[in-house]
Design a protein around this ligand. Structure first.
Ligand code: SAM
Length: 182
């Protein structure tokens, strides 16, 4: 069975966190999560990430304006586990063996101060090093460390656009060119 990872983004402030929350979603998608739940109301973020998914493939979803505690409790009731990323938690290398075993994992990242309730609801509060940095970096490193396969070589199905890696220059194949070549 394929592992299911979803990311819960807390504390998004529409007036100042647009880019970083978009980057949380794009990073979650690029590194193998199924979707992102946004515990604030900013439909444009969801639309932008889903637009990116329709062009670059896969079936990543974004759900806008969710209730954080309701989603966490529902996830746990369905047998899922919850990992909250926080510089105050246990360090990631210590948590990796347990996190790798999970088939259904919610990863929570904050923006501004995260409510104490989240620390208590989480199965693990995990630090990506105990220094303050960024939710995007913390998410990327965690997803990379807990992945069974290399997430950087994953293929995204039904892509309209596929990047052809090259040392110098840029090359992107459009879906219709691929179909013509077949
Ligand atoms: N000051 C906030 C607090 O005390 O909760 C944290 C702000 S930080 C810019 C935003 C988010 O980045 C955090 O909620 C956490 O998810 C993530 N983060 C930052 N540094 C981290 C670290 N060293 N380990 C894990 N997560 C981290």
């Amino acid at each position: 069975m394929k592992k299911e990872i979803i990311v819960l983004r807390l504390g998004h402030r529409p007036e100042r966190d647009k880019r970083i929350t978009t980057h949380v979603g794009l990073t979650a998608r690029a590194l193998g999560a199924s979707g992102m739940l946004l515990a604030s109301n900013d439909q444009k973020i969801a639309d932008n990430i889903e637009e990116m998914t329709s062009r670059f493939g896969g079936d990543f979803f974004v759900r806008n304006n969710v209730s954080m505690t309701a989603e966490i409790k529902k996830w746990k009731a369905e047998g899922g586990k919850v990992c909250h990323l926080s510089m105050y938690g246990i360090n990631l290398p210590e948590a990796v063996p347990e996190l790798k075993k999970q088939e259904k994992l919610m990863i929570i990242v904050g923006a501004e101060k995260v409510p104490g309730e989240i620390y208590r609801l989480a199965d693990w509060n995990v630090a990506v090093g105990n220094q303050p940095h960024s939710e995007v970096a913390a998410l990327a490193i965690t997803m990379d460390r807990i992945s069974e396969t290399d997430p950087l070589t994953a293929v995204f199905e039904n892509a309209e656009l596929t990047v052809v890696p090259m040392t110098i220059g840029k090359s992107v194949i459009h879906d219709n060119e691929l179909k013509r070549k077949k």
